[in-house]
Write a protein that binds this ligand. Structure first.
Ligand code: CTP
Length: 475
């Protein structure tokens, strides 16, 4: 008996899939179809798959072509499957030409011509339309955002808004965007969604106007520095039936979501303490660049000219600068995702700059009913950026940079029980938040469990407490 195997996501099962399976089956007597899990697709950066694994399996079963269906969960599984199932032929569409030649060591490899004019990507676009997105701001993060958006299907960055026409024009040319505007009302008329990447203090007005105009908003963190403003914006978004999402990339990344689930599964017992640190010395060349700086992205190095505010904002108290406002969202995210929003008590210890204006380093202590936590952030003090989640049976160690969660270790008193977990964090990771944003819009889901409005408001509430000097002790 000649056994054939093929693999795919098979989202929104279409004619191209059917024809491929039919020809693959004809190559032998028995066809095995491997269907990718959501997790595997996430980890290889295939975002926005619309149908669940069960639904995709059902579609293949209904085609009547597969003799056996298996799931593909990890990179490198194909070699194992070929040996395990004693496969004679590996077949795949011609879009993969040459990519699987390494399997020739194990079986025959056949590339079948892909059916022209149909793909899951196109069907997704037909079903949902393409989201027409505009970027508010043209600084470093906006540059990265545009590169990352190319990895998410169903969204096109079409234009940009900014105050400085010269910089805006350069930005548009560099990214080959269709339009720009220095008039926000005009700009909003040309987009269905915006990504706000301007300095903190401008977020509120930009977000509010967009929401009022029925435009979905993905806003850089922290959305605002005042919890009441945050509540107002989330409520307004609900009233207007538009999405407001905070761009804390870690919250949407597959590794972090796994980490949270493992930590809460009881494996390390009851969580009693969390230590989360994020420091970023602003002596970094990017922050003191005279005119230009080199920004690395997925496509190599690009020259970026940050706006003047961008360069000094981090240390400017009038512009909402400081370690807490700049950096605290990440460690507070970890703490709130793991311990919740019912914080009983909080205090801050800070080291301020010589003018006593902005915090160069702050330690936040949080007390919950059954647990305690510490977040450390610094623009002027460097420390190890790790995350430790301590429980009654063991602890989880996530090395720096924990906010790009790719690896963590579960450790026990008896270290022979230790376990290591690895995940992929693709590119700059912004693609995960973009994918979630697009999926929420397409499915009209106003909330996401990955970061609820309640959690976002709780983080902003802590930042606000700090800015108001609540339980703040300076050294
Ligand atoms: N395939 C094909 N002809 C098409 C589309 C897909 O022969 N028009 C083949 C692929 O080459 C692969 C299998 O079907 O062998 C499963 O592909 P998959 O990636 O699930 O489908 P796509 O439509 O290519 O999905 P996407 O647009 O999300 O990449």
């Amino acid at each position: 008996m000649k056994k054939v195997i093929t693999y795919g996501t098979y989202d929104l099962f279409h004619k191209g899939h059917y024809r491929l399976l039919k020809r693959a089956k004809e190559l032998g007597d028995y066809l095995i179809v491997g269907v990718t899990t959501d997790n595997y697709d996430d980890s290889r950066g295939k975002l926005n798959v619309q149908e669940s694994l069960m639904k995709r399996i059902e579609n293949i079963r209904n085609s009547g072509l597969a003799d056996e269906i298996i799931i593909e969960e990890y990179e490198g599984q194909k070699i194992n499957d070929i040996q395990k199932y004693d496969i004679d032929i590996f077949a795949i569409g011609s879009d993969w030409l040459g990519k699987f030649d390494y399997l020739k060591e194990y079986c025959e490899v056949v590339y079948l011509e892909r059916t022209k004019g149909v793909s899951s990507t196109e069907l997704r676009a037909q079903n949902n339309g393409i989201l027409n997105l505009g970027v508010v701001g043209y600084g470093r993060i906006a540059n990265r955002f545009i590169q990352e958006s190319k990895f998410v299907s169903g969204v096109n960055v079409e234009g940009a808004f900014g105050r400085n026409e010269d910089s805006l024009k350069k930005f548009i040319e560099r990214h080959e965007l269709k339009f720009y505007s220095t008039n926000y009302e005009e700009f909003l008329k040309n987009v269905n969604a915006v990504y706000i990447a301007t300095p903190h203090l401008t977020h509120y007005e930009y977000a509010k106007k967009a929401i009022q105009n029925g435009v979905h908003v993905l806003c850089e963190k922290p959305i605002v520095l005042d919890a009441n403003q945050a509540k107002e914006l989330y409520e307004l978004a609900k009233d207007k039936n538009v999405i407001l999402l905070e761009a804390i990339k870690t919250a949407y990344s597959p590794g972090f979501i796994r980490l949270k689930n493992v930590a809460k599964s009881g494996l390390i017992g009851k969580i009693k303490n969390i230590d989360a640190t994020f420091t970023k010395l602003i002596t970094d060349k990017n922050h003191f660049a005279e005119d230009k700086c080199i920004e690395k992205d997925g496509f190599g190095e690009v020259e970026v000219t940050p706006g003047i505010e961008e360069r000094i904002r981090e240390l400017n108290s009038k512009k909402g600068g400081g370690s807490i406002t700049e950096l605290a969202t990440y460690p507070l995210l970890a703490i709130i995702k793991l311990l919740g929003t019912n914080i009983e008590d909080i205090d801050f210890f800070s080291y301020f700059d010589k003018n006593d204006k902005v915090d160069m380093f702050t330690k936040v202590n949080l007390r919950y009913k059954d647990a305690i936590a510490t977040a450390k952030v610094g623009l002027g003090v460097k420390s190890e950026g790790d995350l430790i989640i301590s429980g009654t049976k063991g602890y989880i160690y996530v090395p720096s940079p924990w906010w790009k969660t790719e690896y963590f270790e579960i450790r026990f008193e008896n270290f022979s029980n230790n376990k290591k977990h690895y995940y992929k964090f693709e590119g700059d990771g912004l693609r995960y938040e973009i994918a979630e944003f697009v999926s929420m819009i397409n499915n009209n889901r106003l909330e996401t469990y990955k970061l609820t409005s309640e959690e976002s408001i709780a983080i902003i509430n802590i930042i606000e407490k700090f800015l108001k000097g609540y339980n703040l002790k300076k050294i």
